[in-house]
Design a protein around this ligand. Structure first.
Ligand code: APR
Ligand code: PHB
Length: 392
């Protein structure tokens, strides 16, 4: 088999890249290790920056998102039992859309079917070859047969646990990371959201987040200890803890409902540099992870592939290698600013188990500042709705 771009991974990054390339007349093949139902049902975060919404619109795959997604014009920051609104349109002229990542993946896959874009599921033993040459290739097993995909370029969109990043020779990449001393316990509940703004709450007992997926499904998170077992959290314990942490002096609280999904996610910040080696270009979770507090993971993956599609298009249409050569440097400017924002939101809102009373008072001052100064609120809002995607 031969194609122009071999894409490893059918998450948001890999699928979006396949569509962006198709729009520019560039062929690709996507290789995915999981089966399609797994990929379509994997529950992840769900806030789309306006730039991500515009990308889906540009591709003509935004209909379901416009129908089912919830446009949010702000968020609320809570502390000392009071919620404070950060209004995005007033501060930035932009908004975000709450729409589950797996819904985005479903929409991209349905459109790939329609457009005849090749996506192969259940692929195993994916191995990269010839990254330092002009003719790299990917070998794999599919339905019991050995496959070989010859390509001009390989896009490593295979997430944090993928094989593309580890395929780069030792000594080429440098990793920067931070593991946080807490995790998130997340639930989905069949309960109507009790208001339409997300609430990020700093409480004495730790962080809590009120979010949603639809007019009938509420998404909630609690800061918990690392390594904590979900078995220790009965539904009653989860609701009690949520009510305690989210308690507000105006009486607002989340509605309770049947819990349909629960899980614990560790928190980390992680960046690998550079994001390219030879003819391999890495994008999304394959090269960077952000803690979920800023809702940036999927958006950052999408902005990487937007840059990559443009760079590949300049190469295939006019033979220009300049943007490809600068791919990593271009993306990393946005990646690091987004890392900073996600780290900042995380440290402002969580209770550090080793923190002191000084840290706590500093956090309260920071929240007071962000919710009372237009300058500080604007800085939060412009990061939350999404920094511009840079092309140089
Ligand atoms: N071969 C083929 N596919 C692979 C391999 C492999 N060896 N290893 C992993 N994959 C697939 C995974 O099964 C997954 O479907 O690559 C895909 C990577 O997708 P994501 O993990 O969703 O990563 P990405 O597309 O970069 O999107 C980032 O995902 O983790 C969230 O919060 C994160 O929202 C962010 C988004
Ligand atoms: C979610 O709805 O899953 C969600 C929302 C906002 C975040 C993280 C997760 O910051």
């Amino acid at each position: 088999m031969k194609t122009q771009v071999g894409i490893v991974g059918a998450g948001p990054a890999g699928l979006m890249l396949a569509h962006l390339l198709h729009l520019r007349g560039i062929e690709s093949v996507v290789l995915e290790s999981r089966d399609r139902p797994y990929v379509e049902k994997r529950i992840r975060a769900g806030v789309l920056e306006q730039g991500s919404v515009e990308m889906l619109e540009e591709l003509g795959v935004a209909d379901r998102m416009h129908q089912l997604g919830l446009v949010h014009h702000g968020i609320e920051l809570g502390f000392q039992h009071t919620r404070h609104r950060i209004d995005f349109p007033t501060l930035t002229g932009r908004s975000v859309t709450v729409y589950g990542q797996h819904e985005v993946v479903k929409d991209l896959l349905a459109a790939a079917d329609q457009r005849g874009l090749p996506v192969m599921f259940d692929v195993t033993d994916v191995t990269l070859h010839g990254l330092d040459t002009d003719a790299p290739c990917i070998t794999f097993m599919h339905e019991g047969e050995a496959g070989r995909l010859e390509c001009d370029f390989i896009a490593g969109c295979d997430g944090f646990h993928g094989i593309c990043r580890p395929s780069v020779p030792k000594g080429v990449l440098t990793t920067y990371d931070r593991v946080y001393p807490f995790s998130w316990l997340g639930i989905l509940a069949d309960a109507a959201p009790s208001q339409n703004a997300l609430v990020y709450m700093n409480s004495d007992r730790g962080f809590a987040l009120f979010s949603m997926r639809s007019p009938t499904v509420t998404r909630l998170y609690l800061q918990c200890r690392n390594g904590e077992s979900i078995d220790d959290w009965s539904d009653d314990r989860i609701w009690n803890e949520l009510h305690t942490r989210l308690q507000c002096s105006d009486g607002w609280k989340p509605n309770e409902g049947h819990i349909t999904q629960k899980g614990v996610t560790p928190m980390r910040s992680f960046v690998t540099e550079p994001m390219q080696h030879g003819r391999l270009y890495l994008a999304g979770d394959a090269v960077h992870i952000v803690p979920p507090t800023g809702a940036k993971g999927m958006n950052l993956a999408l902005s990487d592939v937007k840059v990559l599609a443009e760079a590949l298009s300049r190469f295939f249409s006019r033979g220009s290698v300049e943007m490809l050569a600068n791919y990593s440097a271009i993306c990393l400017r946005r990646v690091w600013k987004t890392q900073r924002f996600s780290w900042w939101m995380t440290s402002m809102l969580h209770r550090d188990p080793d923190g002191t009373e000084f840290d706590h008072r500093r956090q309260m001052a920071e929240l007071d500042y962000v919710t009372s100064s237009t300058a500080a609120a604007t800085a939060l809002a412009e990061n939350y709705v999404g920094l511009p995607i840079l092309f140089s």
